[in-house]
Ligand binder design. Sequence first.
Ligand SMILES: NC(=O)c1ccc[n+]([C@@H]2O[C@H](COP(=O)([O-])OP(=O)(O)OC[C@H]3O[C@@H](n4cnc5c(N)ncnc54)[C@H](OP(=O)(O)O)[C@@H]3O)[C@@H](O)[C@H]2O)c1
Length: 256
Amino acid sequence: MTPRTPVPRTVLVLGGTSDIAHAICCRFTAAGTHTIILAGRDQTALAARAHHLRSVGTPATDIALFDALDTDGHQAFIDGVFTRHPTIDLTLLAFGALGEPHCRDSCPQQALHLIRTNYLGAVSLLTLLTRRLQAQGRGDIVVLSSVAALLPRPSNHLYASSKAGLDVYCQGLRERLAGSGVHLLIVRPGFVRTHMTAHLPTSPPLATTPDAVAAVTLNALTKGKTTAWAPPAIRWIILALQHLPPSLRSHLPHMR
Ligand SMILES: NC(=O)c1ccc[n+]([C@@H]2O[C@H](COP(=O)([O-])OP(=O)(O)OC[C@H]3O[C@@H](n4cnc5c(N)ncnc54)[C@H](OP(=O)(O)O)[C@@H]3O)[C@@H](O)[C@H]2O)c1
């Protein structure tokens, strides 16, 4: 674990309308980040987020459009971002889909949608991004995984499997990048109260907030960690619960 500077000058956010990403961007702004590029698929919503970031003091914002599902368009998207911003200090991968609770495993379209968004889309973008950052000789990547990657539940196993694929890919990528100057941080939040979980009637124990995830993320970057959990204590709970027999696991509350 090598201590690092926590203040990237230019930040690219993949999933620029995410509530967690927005909280992280606010903290970067307070720490001194100059430029934040919000990337996503909804120009109007991205513009609203950019406007709010400028109102809290971000000196410069930009918007770029991509869809995680449109893997054929990813090369042009990454090329476009690097043409406008030749040096990206930190990229936050924050997009993701949770899926409709009523569909579960009965809905093959939803299964493909989640895998394509959370795994295929993310791997496609990370592959292209990593090439650029290696050429640049440095850079940070922060990926929002989930505790679900380690503890799938009956109601979220499609989402969990897509996050597990992404998490394992990132663990391998992180090792491959060792010595390249490119650093990858995997953040595994539990249940966070955001737009993604707003439709769920109750919050489980240890539910947290976007700002708490942001604090954990910046702290982990400062300390040069490779993995972070939000809240931090959930790490030990998940590791313990992984050893429960499946019959007992099915009675647990959801933690995303
Ligand atoms: N909330 C939780 O409990 C929780 C827990 C663990 C991990 N996470 C992860 O944290 C990340 C951020 O989630 P959040 O809680 O901040 O939820 P959120 O506010 O709903 O953000 C989700 C983001 O994903 C984007 N997105 C979805 N599909 C996309 C696509 N095909 N192409 C491009 N962007 C797409 C959304 O863009 P639009 O605005 O265009 O829809 C939005 O920016 C996700 O990866 C999520 O899996 C969340």
